[in-house]
Design a protein around this ligand. Structure first.
Ligand code: CA
Length: 513
């Protein structure tokens, strides 16, 4: 039996619909409203619902995603070569905090089992993190971490893992250039991530530009930071490699003793700091996974949690839909400030506005960055935006936050960790095995075919929304409850099950020397 043809139109004003059937639909297919396809249309791609003259606006999500580069007959496949990319919304006439959403009723009674930290935050994991001041030490630290895992960790069963915070920064960089504040505060704040329990240690070389003292957080932020938490490989005391590794292991053992005393305790859901991200998006992202994540985001905000969404380049073209949702004019201006900073950053590098979406995004039916952005911001749900963070800043508010980051999965994830994220939700249509060592990553597939094919990598199948076997609300609640299970250590994400962890990747907009 062949599957009935299914298409989805989001808004009544849309003149395109998305093909749901896996494998797409053949020419001659009669849709439920009688429209006949003039040619085959791949899954997740757009079909024209009306005749479009050259220059006519193409509407999806009730918004213009571009104009027709040539006339397009009703029933045709609209691919990225037929859509003219509109210019990004101008900052000058954006509405500021004009449509602040009403506060939704609190959602009470939800908690998770987490590790309480001295600074009041809560971890979803109990990790020993070893910070590094410069890439030069990475090989030694990796060697030491392997030995710590083999020889020490088995004696400390309440510690989940030992991780090295390796990175490519620290020397050979313009350390005092204004934009160097971004990678430096990212490293400082990564060390304060709730999942590291305030017990981070630093391995330094000695001669690097980023002296380890500069990695120490502002006074009072973490009482456990003192010089006893630093090993310098160039110290006179170390006679060779064996001594260096020994010093790191001695320091690690002291920290492991402290961390091992900790137990999970009941923490209110308001201690969750949930990062939202997408990668390998397709045209289903904005129909299935991202709306379900948006629904879960609203539930989390109602439960008092912090939820951060990010990825400037995938928000920029939908900024006119976000500035009205700011809690106040200052927050709206901060949104524009971050978009404007990034516009200038991209312009300085002569970035091509058509470089995003990726080839895979286009194969997945996304014509351009406008369509991608409209689908991307759906993740943020409907709450007011209460705070805007520059890259790598720590969150200070509960509720929905915009944490400005590049869209690069690894850089975004790293910056969200620096902002205090203790669990991440990641949506994907094309599929990516992405994971982070420092926080669990719950992966949500936009299509059932992907969820089935990658059955041991995807945690949630949001494709059921497109096929009508689950609602956005169903998947949103499922995700909300899964976040609590994972945060409590009762369930493991597939990425953690397999130990798939991408490297930390710093955002360094300052010059390299
Ligand atoms: Ca991304």
């Amino acid at each position: 039996m062949t599957e009935a043809p299914r298409t989805i139109r989001v808004d009544a004003s849309d003149n395109v619909a998305i093909v749901v059937n896996s494998g797409g639909l053949p020419a001659g297919t009669v849709l439920s409203d009688g429209l006949v396809l003039r040619e085959p249309v791949p899954q997740a791609h757009k079909v024209a619902l009306e005749d479009l003259a050259e220059g006519a606006p193409i509407r999806r999500y009730g918004q213009v995603i571009g104009t027709a580069l040539r006339s397009i007959a009703k029933g045709s496949w609209i691919n990225e070569t037929m859509v003219r990319l509109p210019t990004a919304p101008d900052f000058a006439d954006l509405p500021l905090a004009t449509a602040r959403p009403a506060t939704q009723p609190p959602l009470e009674g939800y908690s998770f089992e987490g590790f309480r930290n001295p600074d009041g935050s809560a971890g979803t994991k109990n990790l020993l993190g070893i910070s590094t001041s410069v890439q030069c030490v990475a090989g030694v630290v990796d060697h030491a971490v392997k030995r710590i895992k083999d020889e020490l960790l088995p004696r400390f069963p309440n510690v989940d893992d030992v991780i090295a915070l390796n990175h490519a920064y620290g020397c050979g960089v313009a350390i005092n250039a204004p934009n160097a504040v971004v990678p430096i505060r990212t490293l400082q704040n990564l060390a304060l991530n709730p999942n590291l329990g305030g017990a981070v240690m630093i391995v330094a070389l000695g001669c690097e530009k980023l002296q380890p003292e500069r990695l120490l957080p502002a006074a009072g932020a973490a009482a456990s930071f003192d010089d006893s938490g630093i090993v310098r490989l160039q110290d006179d005391a170390h006679q060779g490699f064996g001594d260096m590794v020994g010093a790191i292991m001695t320091m690690a053992e002291k920290r492991l003793v402290q961390l091992d005393k900790r137990r999970r305790v009941t923490c209110p859901a308001s201690d969750l700091v949930v990062g939202l991200q997408c990668g390998g998006s397709d045209a289903f992202s904005g129909l299935t996974a991202n709306p379900a994540v948006g629904y879960a985001a609203d539930l989390l905000v109602r439960a008092g949690a912090t939820v951060m969404f990010s990825e400037v380049t995938e928000v920029r073209d939908a900024i006119h839909l976000l500035t009205p949702r700011a809690a106040d004019v200052e927050v709206a201006r901060a949104l524009i400030r971050e978009m404007d900073w990034y516009d200038r950053y991209l312009a300085a590098g002569d970035a091509d506005r058509s470089a995003n979406p990726s080839p895979g995004n286009k194969t997945g039916g996304l014509s351009n960055v406008v369509e991608k952005a409209l689908g991307s911001i759906v993740k943020s749900g409907t709450s007011p935006i209460v705070e805007v963070l520059s890259p790598g800043q720590r969150a200070t508010r509960k509720g929905l936050i915009y944490a400005a980051t590049p869209a690069s999965d690894f850089i975004c994830g790293t910056l969200q960790l620096a902002s205090g994220m203790n669990i991440e939700v990641f949506t994907t249509g094309r599929g990516t095995p992405y994971g982070l060592a420092m926080a669990p990553v719950v992966k949500v597939a936009t299509r059932t075919a992907l969820a089935r094919q990658w059955h041991d990598l995807m945690d949630v199948d949001a494709g059921r929304i497109a096929t009508g076997t689950a609602t956005i609300e169903d998947v949103g609640w499922e995700l909300f409850k899964l976040i609590i299970e994972v945060a409590s250590g009762r369930k493991k994400t597939w990425a953690d099950h397999w130990g798939i962890h991408n490297a930390l990747t710093l955002f360094n907009p300052a010059p390299v020397t």
